[in-house]
Design a protein around this ligand. Structure first.
Ligand SMILES: C[S@@+](CC[C@H](N)C(=O)[O-])C[C@H]1O[C@@H](n2cnc3c(N)ncnc32)[C@H](O)[C@@H]1O
Length: 245
């Protein structure tokens, strides 16, 4: 029900959701070249509020939903909050967790942080959207807000190899062998080189590109994961479409 809950939450905040539309159908409703119908946008009065920072797709919301059934993180940290879609999903799916997501809050992500916090207050979610730039602001925020410990991390900010690796290095000191890492857009933004490097360095985890998610999320699964947790993540990697690491 997570996707339906999110649609309702944003509708209550006054936004219509545009998400997970076939690229063939998108051509008939939008001519904004930066939009990819696969991902999620919030629309009010005909204007696309998150055009430069689309939210995760329905398949990725389903991954968060599945993960939450198999894994109970206490502290969740996100880099790249935008208008809050993935952060709200993480908070709704993990009601016992504290969720903190940062964003540089430039362009459309500036009002997006406000919206995220407004939604958190309205629905009683343990979620904070904060202004912060990765990697430099990560240590202070993680120490202050999460007591220096991250159990689930969702990285979805600047999609270059350099930035993705820097985001990983920033969070790694606060993670542990049981932390689950998700890197959005690894395949679609071709940040596979840095993801391969990260996966090779992480001897406590197994790296896999989740080719059944719209963006090709890179996941680091703890080697100590239960069969249920491993299955909940690995089900999103298609055996006919494997990204070699
Ligand atoms: C694709 S959007 C995130 C979408 C969000 N995760 C979701 O699914 O709802 C990427 C966001 O990362 C932010 N960003 C870019 N570089 C960043 C950095 N160095 N530190 C923190 N946020 C950053 C951008 O402002 C933008 O809002």
């Amino acid at each position: 029900m997570l996707f339906a809950k999110l649609v309702d939450i944003y509708q209550q905040a006054g936004f219509a959701i545009r998400s997970s539309i076939s690229p063939f159908m998108l051509k008939t409703i939008s001519n904004v070249s930066s939009e990819d119908g696969t991902f999620t946008y919030i629309v009010k009065d005909g204007a696309n509020y998150g055009a430069h920072g689309g939210g995760i797709s329905m398949s990725e919301v389903y991954l968060i939903d599945s993960l939450a059934a198999a894994f109970k993180p206490a502290n969740v940290f996100g880099i790249g909050c935008s208008f809050g879609w993935s952060s709200v999903a993480l908070a709704v799916a993990n009601p016992a967790a504290k969720v903190v997501a940062i964003d540089i809050a430039e362009g459309t992500s500036a009002p997006g942080l406000g919206l995220t916090n407004q939604i958190a207050a309205r629905h009683g979610l343990n979620l904070k959207g904060l202004i912060g730039r990765s990697p430099e602001d990560v240590p202070a925020i993680v120490e202050r807000e999460l007591g220096g410990r991250i159990d689930l991390v969702f990285i979805d900010a600047d999609h270059t190899d350099t930035a993705q690796y820097a985001d990983f290095r920033a969070v790694a000191p606060y993670c542990h062998p049981g932390t689950v890492y998700l890197f959005h857009d690894v395949y679609i933004c071709q940040t596979t080189a840095s993801f391969k490097r990260i996966a090779a360095e992480m001897v406590t985890h197994d790296g896999v590109v989740l080719t059944r998610t719209a963006s090709g999320i890179g996941a680091l699964i703890p080697k100590s994961a239960t069969a249920e947790l491993r299955g909940a993540i690995a089900a999103f990697a298609d055996p006919f479409c494997v990204v070699p690491l």
